[in-house]
Design a protein around this ligand. Structure first.
Ligand SMILES: [Zn+2]
Length: 237
């Protein structure tokens, strides 16, 4: 078995208007969104999927509170699992919105596996998406491993394209103990995105977003990890 361990990490929480997470609902409702990178250890790689929000620049702090204890910083969350940032050999970013690549800079020894459409778009987003991409967060030391479409990292660990929330969004599926652990990213930040087939409010393409939700719903024997659900922090695999 190539996969040795799968664990949820944390980078604390940040607040946002809940309507970003579910289309047409929750306007004006402030939500304390969890930030929960996934650690996947295999025989070849130590992989982190998404790296949280890190430290926001002052003009972003006006709109988003970052709430975390010292223990909840990603570096310390890793440490609890016996790893240092330099032990991470691969970062998979579901997409390059600032709350998913905020700590990429901690991993200069790592490859960054991201869909090529996402990398290109992040450097020159449409006006309505501009605020979501922070160049200092994704333009960091380390090499991109740009991929296009499905990509098997190794036996039992693969990314699949789930565009919609962004142009090049991807999710990660790990076969583990007879289940498929599905790290949905912002294709489904909350359970209701999957359960009620609700797309996100922040969306590049609604029709693609719905197709991607259906792609995730078709996965057999799933354990879904919702990117921002704050009631799912103690999931054991
Ligand atoms: Zn997000």
């Amino acid at each position: 078995m190539a996969v040795i361990d799968v664990k949820l990490l944390t980078d604390g929480y940040f607040t946002l208007d809940k309507s970003f997470l579910v289309f047409g609902k929750y306007q004006g409702t402030k939500y304390k969104a969890a930030l929960k990178p996934l650690l996947v250890r295999t025989e070849k790689e130590n992989i982190i999927v998404d790296t949280g929000v890190g430290n926001l620049p002052p003009n972003y702090q006006k709109f988003h509170d970052v709430i975390r204890t010292h223990e909840e910083e990603l570096g310390n969350s890793l440490k609890k699992n016996g790893l240092r940032p330099e032990d991470i050999t691969m970062v998979v970013n579901t997409h390059l919105h600032f709350d998913h690549c905020g700590n990429n800079r901690l991993f200069p020894n790592s490859k960054f596996l991201v869909q090529i459409d996402e990398i290109r778009y992040a450097y020159f987003p449409d006006r309505f998406m501009r605020v979501s991409y922070l160049r200092p967060f994704f333009d960091v030391e380390g090499d991109y491993l740009p991929v296009h479409g499905k990509y098997e990292i190794e036996d039992g660990v693969e990314v699949l394209p789930t565009p919609g929330h962004t142009i090049g969004h991807q999710s990660l599926v790990v076969k583990w103990k007879g289940r498929n652990i599905v790290y949905a990213g912002d294709a489904a930040p909350l359970p209701e995105n999957i359960e009620k087939r609700n797309i996100t409010g922040m969306i590049y393409s609604g029709s693609q977003g719905l197709e991607s939700i259906d792609t995730l719903r078709r996965i057999e024997n799933p354990v879904y990890i919702y990117s921002h659900d704050n009631e799912q922090l103690k999931v054991e695999f």
